[in-house]
Design a protein around this ligand. Structure first.
Ligand code: FAD
Length: 386
């Protein structure tokens, strides 16, 4: 603990802030958690399901959240991705020599269970939110995990270079007629992208989380529909995309509210400075087509804690907020984040173009990757590790 108060002040109320607070407390640091009051939290439960990779699950295991969260999660054994003109790509856990490719996790349960774990975490104190860029308590390091609209980031003069996709991610929970068998499916329908993520609630064998990325006007239309009309449009879209898969899945019924999020690509122009550091969506925002946003944020948490632990062992005289230490964190995280942002953005633009030659080329490209075992293996390796 620092002589003057807290070691770290973590600002933010989402999964990244909570994971970081838990991880720092487990390492013996004294943490002030500056979170929004309960009354500022959205009244509606988050209907999203997150695809979390192996690295994220390992972190949640270390934080002792995973045993309870597993009841709200479903493994993915196979991933089938289809283009808009016959291109197809599939990945399976056995081909990759892993037990599962990813876990589909209930977003609301994740936040709730992290919150419960924090109630018992030693050396953690809840403090009021920041005023300007000023922490409410003295701490050697301010860790900013306030999500994409972070006010503290703006107050520090950090530019968040943002490119609006003009698309929204529409999410809901579904129940299917037939079992999903742990198969995740994604269709690049140009311009929209439709993903069905196998889930275990309400039906353990036949539920899905839906993420449907669509142009804003179409999202507004979908969000205005009642459940029955939404179901009609969704089942029709699945049938048009893949009649055979529609047959395997059976009729899809909506089992929750339908909600939408505007999608953008964004990156902070600086990730750290003297005494402060950015993590999660406060540092970067990516399109959810590869299900990587939170995986990147949890990898930030894992890396920052590693870097601080290493500095404590090797250079115990250095303050936690020392720029040299924080620069190591930024160096380790900036490259993989840019690579993932580039990959999702590239795929999105590739499939946004309606011209015939490009359409044929991208579908042929998918089929080529499908045949090139090592390339496929490499792609999945990157996704498992973020
Ligand atoms: C449709 C959709 C599907 C997605 N699917 C996936 C997926 O499958 N896999 C995946 O890995 N990622 C996915 N993501 C991305 C994921 O949702 C985000 O990357 C993740 O929520 C970021 O977490 P965070 O804690 O950094 O930010 P947030 O979740 O935005 O949390 C930040 C919180 O801090 C609060 N806050 C702001 N200012 C302050 C302050 N001054 N003091 C205290 N609190 C403050 C905010 O109100 C917010 O509650 C998806 C995103 C979308 C839109």
């Amino acid at each position: 603990m620092s002589a003057t108060g807290f070691d770290v002040c973590v600002s933010g109320s989402g999964a990244v802030a909570m994971s970081l607070t838990l991880a720092l407390s487990a390492e013996g640091w004294r943490v002030a958690w500056a979170r929004e009051p309960e009354s500022a939290r959205p009244a509606q439960a988050d209907v999203r399901t997150y695809a979390l990779n192996a690295r994220a699950i390992t972190l949640l295991e270390r934080l002792r959240v995973w045993p309870a969260l597993k009841a709200w999660s479903s493994p993915v054994f196979e991933m089938k991705i289809c283009g808009d003109s016959g291109g197809a790509l599939s990945f399976s856990a056995w081909q990759q020599h892993v037990a599962e490719l990813a876990w589909i996790v209930d977003a609301a349960a994740l936040e709730r269970l992290l919150g419960e774990a924090l109630r018992f975490a030693p050396r953690v104190e809840i403090v009021p939110p920041l005023q300007g860029a000023q922490a409410p308590v003295h701490a050697s390091l301010l860790a900013i995990c306030e999500g994409k609209h972070s006010g503290t980031r703006a107050n520090l003069g950090v530019e968040f270079v943002r490119q609006d996709y003009g698309h929204w991610g529409v999410a809901t929970r579904l129940k299917a007629e037939r079992p999903h068998n742990g198969v995740a499916r994604q269709w690049f329908r140009s311009p929209d992208i439709l993903a069905l993520l196998p889930f275990n609630q309400p039906d353990p064998e036949a539920s899905y989380g839906l993420v449907w990325s669509v142009p804003k006007a179409r999202a507004e239309h979908l969000l205005s529909l009642n459940s029955a009309d939404f179901e009609l449009e969704l089942n029709d879209a699945v049938l048009q995309s893949a009649p055979q898969a529609a047959e395997q899945i059976g009729h899809l019924s909506v089992t929750s509210d339908v909600a939408g999020w505007p999608l953008a690509l964004a990156q902070a122009d600086r990730w750290m400075g003297p005494g402060w550091v950015l993590l999660g969506d406060a540092a970067h925002q990516v399109h959810p087509l590869a299900g990587q946003g939170l995986n990147l944020g949890l990898a930030d948490v894992d890396t920052l804690v590693d870097v601080l632990r290493e500095a404590r062992a090797r250079e115990p005289w250095r303050a936690l907020g020392d720029e040299r230490t924080l620069r190591r964190y930024a160096r380790r995280r900036e490259a993989p984040t840019r690579a993932m942002a580039g990959l999702t953005d590239g795929l999105l633009h590739l499939f946004a173009d309606q011209r015939g030659p490009l359409k044929d080329l991208r579908n042929a490209g998918m089929t080529l990757v499908e045949r090139l075992g090592p390339v496929k293996h490499w792609l999945v390796g990157r996704a498992l590790d973020a």
